[in-house]
Ligand binder design. Structure first.
Ligand SMILES: CC(C)(COP(=O)(O)OP(=O)(O)OC[C@H]1O[C@@H](n2cnc3c(N)ncnc32)[C@H](O)[C@@H]1OP(=O)(O)O)[C@@H](O)C(=O)NCCC(=O)NCCS
Length: 161
Protein backbone atom coordinates (compact mmCIF):
# COMPACT_ATOMS: atom_id res chain seq x y z
CA UNK A 1 0.00 0.00 0.00
CA UNK A 2 1.46 3.37 -0.93
CA UNK A 3 1.96 6.30 1.45
CA UNK A 4 -0.93 8.47 0.11
CA UNK A 5 -3.39 5.64 0.57
CA UNK A 6 -2.21 5.11 4.16
CA UNK A 7 -2.63 8.84 4.97
CA UNK A 8 -6.13 8.78 3.43
CA UNK A 9 -7.20 5.75 5.47
CA UNK A 10 -5.79 7.36 8.61
CA UNK A 11 -7.88 10.50 7.97
CA UNK A 12 -11.06 8.52 7.46
CA UNK A 13 -10.66 6.74 10.80
CA UNK A 14 -10.64 10.14 12.54
CA UNK A 15 -13.44 11.72 10.56
CA UNK A 16 -16.90 12.34 12.01
CA UNK A 17 -19.93 14.51 11.40
CA UNK A 18 -21.85 16.25 14.13
CA UNK A 19 -24.79 18.59 14.29
CA UNK A 20 -23.58 21.97 15.51
CA UNK A 21 -25.49 23.68 18.31
CA UNK A 22 -25.39 27.24 19.58
CA UNK A 23 -22.48 26.67 21.94
CA UNK A 24 -20.26 25.53 19.03
CA UNK A 25 -21.08 28.51 16.83
CA UNK A 26 -17.54 29.93 17.27
CA UNK A 27 -16.24 26.93 15.30
CA UNK A 28 -18.48 27.90 12.37
CA UNK A 29 -17.39 31.52 12.47
CA UNK A 30 -13.73 30.48 12.66
CA UNK A 31 -13.91 28.19 9.62
CA UNK A 32 -15.97 30.74 7.68
CA UNK A 33 -13.45 33.52 8.49
CA UNK A 34 -10.65 31.31 7.15
CA UNK A 35 -12.50 30.37 3.97
CA UNK A 36 -15.29 32.26 2.20
CA UNK A 37 -16.09 34.85 4.94
CA UNK A 38 -19.80 34.84 4.22
CA UNK A 39 -21.23 35.73 7.63
CA UNK A 40 -20.25 37.74 10.71
CA UNK A 41 -20.40 36.10 14.13
CA UNK A 42 -23.74 37.82 14.74
CA UNK A 43 -25.12 36.41 11.48
CA UNK A 44 -23.99 32.89 12.47
CA UNK A 45 -25.74 33.26 15.83
CA UNK A 46 -28.92 34.48 14.09
CA UNK A 47 -28.71 31.69 11.54
CA UNK A 48 -28.60 28.85 14.07
CA UNK A 49 -31.63 30.25 15.89
CA UNK A 50 -33.86 30.15 12.80
CA UNK A 51 -36.58 27.53 12.54
CA UNK A 52 -35.65 24.59 10.34
CA UNK A 53 -31.92 25.37 10.30
CA UNK A 54 -29.52 22.47 10.76
CA UNK A 55 -25.76 22.95 10.76
CA UNK A 56 -23.47 19.96 10.21
CA UNK A 57 -19.76 20.06 10.97
CA UNK A 58 -17.25 17.67 9.41
CA UNK A 59 -14.58 17.00 12.00
CA UNK A 60 -11.10 15.61 11.61
CA UNK A 61 -10.36 14.53 15.19
CA UNK A 62 -11.70 17.62 16.99
CA UNK A 63 -11.05 20.18 14.22
CA UNK A 64 -13.95 21.38 12.05
CA UNK A 65 -12.75 21.10 8.45
CA UNK A 66 -16.11 21.31 6.70
CA UNK A 67 -19.51 22.88 7.25
CA UNK A 68 -22.97 22.74 5.79
CA UNK A 69 -25.97 24.86 6.71
CA UNK A 70 -29.29 23.43 5.64
CA UNK A 71 -32.76 24.95 5.87
CA UNK A 72 -35.53 22.36 5.99
CA UNK A 73 -39.01 23.51 4.95
CA UNK A 74 -41.60 20.72 4.78
CA UNK A 75 -40.22 18.16 2.31
CA UNK A 76 -37.52 20.41 0.82
CA UNK A 77 -34.04 21.27 2.12
CA UNK A 78 -32.13 24.34 0.97
CA UNK A 79 -28.34 24.18 1.26
CA UNK A 80 -27.44 27.73 2.32
CA UNK A 81 -23.76 27.13 2.96
CA UNK A 82 -21.26 24.42 2.05
CA UNK A 83 -17.51 24.68 2.55
CA UNK A 84 -14.37 22.60 3.13
CA UNK A 85 -11.22 24.11 4.63
CA UNK A 86 -8.84 25.00 1.77
CA UNK A 87 -6.06 22.70 3.07
CA UNK A 88 -8.37 19.69 2.91
CA UNK A 89 -9.96 20.22 -0.51
CA UNK A 90 -9.78 17.71 -3.38
CA UNK A 91 -9.35 14.82 -0.94
CA UNK A 92 -12.93 13.57 -0.87
CA UNK A 93 -14.02 15.34 2.34
CA UNK A 94 -16.68 17.46 0.61
CA UNK A 95 -18.11 14.31 -0.96
CA UNK A 96 -18.13 12.60 2.42
CA UNK A 97 -20.17 15.45 3.94
CA UNK A 98 -22.54 15.67 0.96
CA UNK A 99 -23.15 11.89 0.98
CA UNK A 100 -24.00 12.10 4.68
CA UNK A 101 -26.46 14.97 4.08
CA UNK A 102 -28.19 13.13 1.27
CA UNK A 103 -28.69 10.04 3.45
CA UNK A 104 -29.84 12.20 6.38
CA UNK A 105 -32.39 14.00 4.19
CA UNK A 106 -33.65 10.75 2.67
CA UNK A 107 -34.29 9.41 6.18
CA UNK A 108 -36.29 12.59 6.94
CA UNK A 109 -38.32 11.88 3.76
CA UNK A 110 -37.11 15.11 2.18
CA UNK A 111 -37.90 15.00 -1.51
CA UNK A 112 -35.64 17.69 -2.91
CA UNK A 113 -32.33 19.43 -2.18
CA UNK A 114 -32.00 22.98 -3.50
CA UNK A 115 -29.08 25.40 -3.67
CA UNK A 116 -27.71 28.44 -5.48
CA UNK A 117 -24.19 28.59 -6.84
CA UNK A 118 -22.41 31.37 -8.69
CA UNK A 119 -22.05 30.75 -12.40
CA UNK A 120 -18.37 31.69 -11.93
CA UNK A 121 -17.77 29.00 -9.28
CA UNK A 122 -16.67 26.23 -11.64
CA UNK A 123 -15.29 24.04 -8.83
CA UNK A 124 -18.55 24.02 -6.88
CA UNK A 125 -20.57 23.57 -10.07
CA UNK A 126 -18.54 20.44 -10.93
CA UNK A 127 -18.86 19.21 -7.36
CA UNK A 128 -22.67 19.53 -7.37
CA UNK A 129 -22.96 18.05 -10.86
CA UNK A 130 -21.13 14.97 -9.57
CA UNK A 131 -23.99 14.56 -7.08
CA UNK A 132 -26.66 14.90 -9.80
CA UNK A 133 -27.78 18.44 -8.98
CA UNK A 134 -29.40 19.87 -12.12
CA UNK A 135 -29.70 23.55 -13.05
CA UNK A 136 -33.37 24.50 -13.00
CA UNK A 137 -33.09 28.28 -13.18
CA UNK A 138 -30.85 31.35 -13.23
CA UNK A 139 -31.04 34.33 -10.89
CA UNK A 140 -29.58 37.30 -12.74
CA UNK A 141 -27.09 39.60 -10.91
CA UNK A 142 -27.65 37.64 -7.72
CA UNK A 143 -24.22 38.16 -6.16
CA UNK A 144 -22.48 41.37 -5.07
CA UNK A 145 -19.95 41.04 -7.92
CA UNK A 146 -22.83 41.02 -10.43
CA UNK A 147 -22.54 37.33 -11.28
CA UNK A 148 -25.60 35.20 -11.87
CA UNK A 149 -26.66 32.39 -9.54
CA UNK A 150 -27.52 28.98 -10.93
CA UNK A 151 -30.46 27.48 -9.07
CA UNK A 152 -29.83 23.76 -8.70
CA UNK A 153 -31.96 20.88 -7.53
CA UNK A 154 -31.45 17.25 -6.68
CA UNK A 155 -34.40 14.90 -6.32
CA UNK A 156 -34.07 12.41 -3.48
CA UNK A 157 -35.42 8.91 -3.17
CA UNK A 158 -37.62 8.17 -0.16
CA UNK A 159 -36.04 5.43 1.94
CA UNK A 160 -38.21 2.84 3.66
CA UNK A 161 -36.91 2.37 7.21
C1 LIG B 1 -16.82 22.83 -3.49
C2 LIG B 1 -16.05 22.20 -2.32
C3 LIG B 1 -16.95 22.11 -1.11
C4 LIG B 1 -15.60 20.78 -2.73
O1 LIG B 1 -15.02 20.13 -1.60
P1 LIG B 1 -13.85 19.05 -1.77
O2 LIG B 1 -13.63 18.40 -0.46
O3 LIG B 1 -12.68 19.68 -2.39
O4 LIG B 1 -14.54 18.05 -2.81
P2 LIG B 1 -14.10 16.53 -3.15
O5 LIG B 1 -12.65 16.34 -2.90
O6 LIG B 1 -15.03 15.62 -2.46
O7 LIG B 1 -14.36 16.51 -4.73
C5 LIG B 1 -15.44 15.84 -5.32
C6 LIG B 1 -15.55 16.22 -6.79
O8 LIG B 1 -15.84 17.61 -6.93
C7 LIG B 1 -15.19 18.13 -8.09
N1 LIG B 1 -14.12 19.05 -7.69
C8 LIG B 1 -13.73 19.34 -6.43
N2 LIG B 1 -12.74 20.27 -6.45
C9 LIG B 1 -12.51 20.56 -7.76
C10 LIG B 1 -11.63 21.46 -8.43
N3 LIG B 1 -10.75 22.23 -7.76
N4 LIG B 1 -11.70 21.52 -9.79
C11 LIG B 1 -12.57 20.75 -10.48
N5 LIG B 1 -13.44 19.87 -9.89
C12 LIG B 1 -13.40 19.80 -8.55
C13 LIG B 1 -14.57 16.92 -8.79
O9 LIG B 1 -15.55 16.36 -9.64
C14 LIG B 1 -14.31 16.01 -7.60
O10 LIG B 1 -14.21 14.66 -7.98
P3 LIG B 1 -12.76 14.05 -8.37
O11 LIG B 1 -11.85 14.31 -7.20
O12 LIG B 1 -13.05 12.60 -8.60
O13 LIG B 1 -12.31 14.79 -9.58
C15 LIG B 1 -14.77 23.00 -1.98
O14 LIG B 1 -14.03 23.23 -3.16
C16 LIG B 1 -15.04 24.34 -1.32
O15 LIG B 1 -15.16 24.42 -0.09
N6 LIG B 1 -15.11 25.43 -2.12
C17 LIG B 1 -15.30 26.78 -1.57
C18 LIG B 1 -16.68 26.99 -1.04
C19 LIG B 1 -17.71 26.87 -2.12
O16 LIG B 1 -17.52 27.28 -3.25
N7 LIG B 1 -18.85 26.29 -1.71
C20 LIG B 1 -19.99 26.16 -2.57
C21 LIG B 1 -20.77 27.42 -2.54
S1 LIG B 1 -22.38 27.17 -3.21
Amino acid sequence: MNFILKVFEFHYKMISIKQINEKDIDLCYELDSNTISLWSKKQWINEIKKDGIKIFGLLLADIVIGLCVMHVVLDEAHINYFVVNQKFRKKGFGSYLMSYLIKHCEKLKIKKLILEVSQTNITADKFYTRFDFYTVGVRKNYYKDGSDALLKEKKLSIKKI
